[in-house]
Design a protein around this ligand. Sequence first.
Ligand SMILES: NC(=O)c1ccc[n+]([C@@H]2O[C@H](COP(=O)([O-])OP(=O)(O)OC[C@H]3O[C@@H](n4cnc5c(N)ncnc54)[C@H](OP(=O)(O)O)[C@@H]3O)[C@@H](O)[C@H]2O)c1
Length: 342
Amino acid sequence: MAGPSTEVALMTRALTLAAHGPAVDPNPRVGAVLVSTTGEVVGEGFHAGAGTPHAEIVALARAGGRAAGGTAYVTLEPCNHTGRTGPCAQALLDAGLAAVVFAQPDPNPSAAGGAATLRAAGVRVTGGLLEAEARGLNEAWTFALRHGRPRVVWKFAATLDGRSAAADGTSRWITGPQARADVHTLRAGSGAVLVGTGTVLADDPALTVRRPDGTRLDRQPLRVVLGRRAVPAGARVRDDAAETLLLTHRDPVAALATLAEREIRQVWLEGGPTVAGAFVQAGLVDEVVAYLAPALLGAGPAAVTGLGIATLAEAVRLEPFDVTTFGPDIRVRARPTRPDRT
Ligand SMILES: NC(=O)c1ccc[n+]([C@@H]2O[C@H](COP(=O)([O-])OP(=O)(O)OC[C@H]3O[C@@H](n4cnc5c(N)ncnc54)[C@H](OP(=O)(O)O)[C@@H]3O)[C@@H](O)[C@H]2O)c1
């Protein structure tokens, strides 16, 4: 095995490779670097998304037998299960690797155990090298695997006095073009975008991801509408710009279960205030992205309703971790303070 600084460099290279994988996918982004007995890098690979070979398999194919007796640096514990592809732990054994260094342990209950399999077969296995960096590449995937549901990011736009629309219902636009462009950038990072029927009936949003010039990205999140009322046939969410799922109930838990079955790892919750309140009250919001416009309305709906909070001591407290301005508007990103939120 290589010395500590070389090991860090090799794992850093594996992380760089991993980042070439798709940011939104049912599967994690993973990179692998194979080093021969003489210390030469003989194979590299990354996972290009669900249905394609895992990073280790790509790297082994490139190495073509030269990795025998060498060491594999992998950003995620090699899988032990036969999913869409065969188990990577077995492939590394078959290729005769003597040592495996991985960054993040596999949080997937049906895939973990690759390290144990390798150890049992006599391979030297070390985990945890640059683990935080590896987790950071797959925050939503890690969360979804650990909790059995997609991670939920609730986005809203409001005036400084917390209004998400004016008294007459007008809400376009509370924030300026820079903030709205940022919404599209972040929306693109989720597998689904969810709103309540109230927002569809009031605003008729397209819920697609668009560039500042209005053109749509190739990959669009699944559009999800939650609520019992019918969505009119002519509503923009029913066009063919992206797939749409109409969930004709009001249950946030069931909605997330449906999306988990579709291997959605992160949901971008765009409100409105009623549905946002239902998710917050159920403890199902894992990050808040608030765009605050330096404007006052003094009347109009609040950004969130129905939390059932009567006194200050019951406030849902959040921990901000990023504050950025977009033109005149302020974006605050915050997480709930509850434990076990990763
Ligand atoms: N500023 C912002 O960021 C922002 C974002 C979105 C919307 N808005 C504004 O919000 C306004 C719409 O507000 P809204 O509260 O009606 O929108 P909403 O939260 O999108 O929709 C509310 C509706 O969703 C359904 N629903 C689904 N799950 C529910 C649950 N667990 N509990 C209760 N109802 C549930 C209900 O309709 P059913 O009867 O069909 O079940 C309910 O009336 C619009 O003016 C829009 O412009 C602002």
